[in-house]
Design a binder for this molecule. Structure first.
Ligand code: WTA
Length: 656
């Protein structure tokens, strides 16, 4: 286990509980009975959940785990994911219901009904077909949070093509490696995007990324900011030229339940991002089921808002697939939470009477910093459920969220899951669970998780260890794109004997057996809810000509959860020109932003003479974390040269 940070210490002494109100419980979508039903027959329980969807052909077997760890769910079933998210609601008489209240950062808005969404998705599907995209082809999407992003994803799903959405903040190099790995045939992007009140280019970055990318035949460009863009004749095509003239009818084809739906890249413990592969029937079943029970979503009544970006899995499962499968009316907001003012989210909640709000702890802590008087000046009385995702939420932030945003009446659901799990796995159920601030508490009905020791045995109450998932679940990843071996190795080798999925998170049970998540136990950092691997940042740093060696750690940060702290050894002669290294530090931060993206920019870079290493040459990150978190340096007896830490801490002090 990794050592615990101060924030986690206070998390472990938290003992407040918040029972559900009788009024909420009386109308809740979930009941305590769900747990018993799922326990008595898991597969029957999931079969019942799958019936929320429209299947063109019903499955013959719920789960085939004979080729573990490669699962098949709802074997033999056939469905069209886009039909399930759009058309069937129109056919059921809800065409006039708003699917998306879109809010642009500059203040422009668009309300899109399910009937309009169906037409848009059909046109985009026809457009992709006209470009020669077919089932199993890959389409990379790098777009801001505009309706076309959702339409593009659904258009791919409709024709059986896989989308690979790449977060808009990723660098050209990061986009390129994802396009190459997936061998994407088409890339969809926009001219630019609005960021903090400014139009910033997007297409220019995509062009830089795609120089000589030989798999890419077409680049489709949505006009958003209206600025001039570089243009490659024959390859590039405007969305409006291509899509607007297409027919708005398209007959959806039913695909196999295991037909691939998308690839989403995420950071692992090595420098190379993993293409997490998700398929259709099981994924959509669990995305829809969890959205229904965890948010207590009532179609036609609620106004739902998930603040994630579609570049992350939360955007996939809880903006696109789960909510749309459940006929949600949702807010989609393009911009940053403080543009043009720090009350933007509360203003949107007030205007659209949002009832369910799902966001990340890092943002909640930022709101706390901005002050409770800001939300207090808006009418937030429409809210009834609050959700949190992406990192452990500290009890203070949880309680603040419940009090200042939820008016002490809204249940808060702390949802634990991962890109790999596809949907929520551990979470309280509103109306059922007696909530504990800071704890994700219990695996959802139908899901099984355990906290185990090094040897794979379950730890007792009050014990800590590793979080594992000990039974397959419908929305589980089906592999890493093009790398079955890495899939087995990363997730299934740690507890191979027991056949457990290793999540990479530390966790503990409290006295009631509820689960508390304690952060990553591997070399993955969690910065503002974004997964970034230490190795990835280290490789970016050493790719700079002045850097000889680099070690990166995630240090506790009061706002972002963790902050990236890098220790670098410069090459001979590199510092000669700069007296205090400030210039080189700036150059290196910019370099990392260029290589990976601004989200990976180290908060701090220390130029050091040496790095602490064991005799076998392994960098002791534990000691560097002590330095980065201003703690007393831990045990140095295994260091090859124990004076190194003195050198490093002295250097730190003289700089601060
Ligand atoms: C962390 C995001 C504690 C965890 C959906 C996990 C959490 C990683 C929580 C996955 C939570 C996510 N409490 N930790 N409620 N939710 N995490 O793939 O370390 O971007 O392994 O998926 O985020 O991040 P990912």
């Amino acid at each position: 286990m990794t050592e615990q940070s101060p924030a986690l210490d206070n998390l472990l002494t938290e003992s407040r509980t918040f029972p559900p109100s009788e009024e909420f419980a009386a109308k809740a979508n979930a009941t305590e009975q769900f747990y018993a039903d799922a326990d008595s027959d898991r597969e029957a329980f999931w079969a019942k959940q799958a019936e929320r969807l429209h299947w063109d052909t019903k499955w013959t077997q719920v789960l085939d785990w004979s080729n573990a760890p490669f699962a098949k769910w709802f074997v033999g079933g056939k469905l069209n994911v886009a039909y399930n998210c759009v058309d069937r609601h129109v056919e059921n008489g809800h065409g006039d219901q708003v699917a998306i209240h879109w809010v642009g950062e500059p203040g422009d808005t668009r309300d899109i009904t399910y009937a309009e969404l169906r037409r848009e998705v059909c046109k985009a599907a026809n457009a992709l077909l006209s470009l020669g995209v077919g089932a199993n082809d890959r389409v990379a999407i790098q777009l801001p949070m505009i309706p076309e992003a959702i339409v593009s994803m659904l258009a791919c799903a409709r024709i059986g093509a896989l989308h690979s959405v790449v977060f808009g903040g990723f660098s050209p190099a990061a986009l390129r490696s994802r396009v190459d790995d997936a061998e994407a045939k088409v890339v969809i992007t926009s001219d630019g995007q609005y960021r903090r009140g400014k139009a910033v280019p997007m297409k220019a970055n995509v062009d830089e990324a795609l120089a000589d990318a030989d798999t890419v035949q077409k680049v489709v460009v949505v006009r958003r900011t209206g600025e001039d863009v570089p243009w490659t004749e024959g390859r590039d095509v405007w969305w409006h030229d291509l899509v607007d003239s297409q027919s708005d009818e398209h007959a959806p084809e039913a695909f196999d339940s295991e037909h691939p739906l998308f690839i989403l890249y995420t950071s692992g413990t090595t420098g190379k991002p993993k293409g997490i592969l998700h398929t259709s029937g099981g994924y959509l079943t669990q995305a829809a089921y969890t959205h229904h029970v965890v948010f207590d979503h009532k179609p036609g009544e609620d106004v739902y808002w998930c603040t994630a970006d579609i570049g992350w899995v939360t955007g996939h499962s809880y903006i696109v697939y789960g909510p749309l499968a459940n006929r949600a009316t949702q807010v989609v907001y393009e911009g940053t939470p403080n543009t043009p003012h720090e009350g933007r989210h509360w203003e949107i909640i007030q205007n659209y009477k949002v009832t369910i709000y799902y966001t990340a702890p890092t943002l909640i802590r930022t709101f706390m910093k901005w002050g409770a008087d800001i939300p207090a000046s808006y009418d937030l009385s429409s809210l009834r459920v609050l959700g949190s995702v992406g990192e452990p939420i500290n009890p203070e932030a949880w309680v603040w969220y419940r009090e200042h945003i939820g008016g002490n009446r809204c249940p808060v659901v702390d949802t634990w899951w991962q890109t790999e799990t596809g949907a929520i796995m551990i979470s309280p159920l509103p109306g059922v669970t007696h909530a504990k601030p800071g704890s994700a508490q219990r695996p959802l009905p139908g899901i099984s998780a355990k906290v185990v020791a090094d040897d794979g045995t379950e730890v007792p109450k009050n014990g800590g260890g590793y979080l594992v998932l000990d039974k397959p679940w419908p929305s589980m990843l089906r592999g890493i794109w093009g790398d079955d071996e890495r899939y087995r190795e990363t997730y299934w080798s740690r507890f191979a004997e027991q056949g457990y999925y290793f999540a990479g998170d530390g966790a503990k049970y409290d006295a009631d057996g509820d689960i508390w998540l304690l952060g990553r136990v591997d070399d993955v950092m969690n910065v503002s809810g974004h997964r970034i691997s230490t190795t990835e940042v280290e490789s970016a740093l050493v790719s700079h000509p002045t850097v000889a060696e680099a070690a990166v750690v995630g240090a506790t940060d009061p706002t972002t959860g963790q902050g990236i702290v890098a220790f670098v050894i410069l090459r001979e002669g590199a510092t000669k020109d700069e007296a205090d290294g400030t210039e080189i530090v700036k150059a290196l931060r910019d370099h990392v932003a260029k290589e990976i993206g601004p989200i990976a920019k180290p908060r701090q870079i220390m130029v050091v003479p040496e790095l602490p290493k064991t005799r076998s040459g392994k960098i002791m990150r534990r000691l560097l974390r002590d330095v980065a978190e201003n703690r007393e340096i831990g045990d140095v007896t295994t260091l090859a040269d124990s004076s190194v830490m003195d050198l490093i801490s002295k250097g730190m002090k003289s700089r601060s």
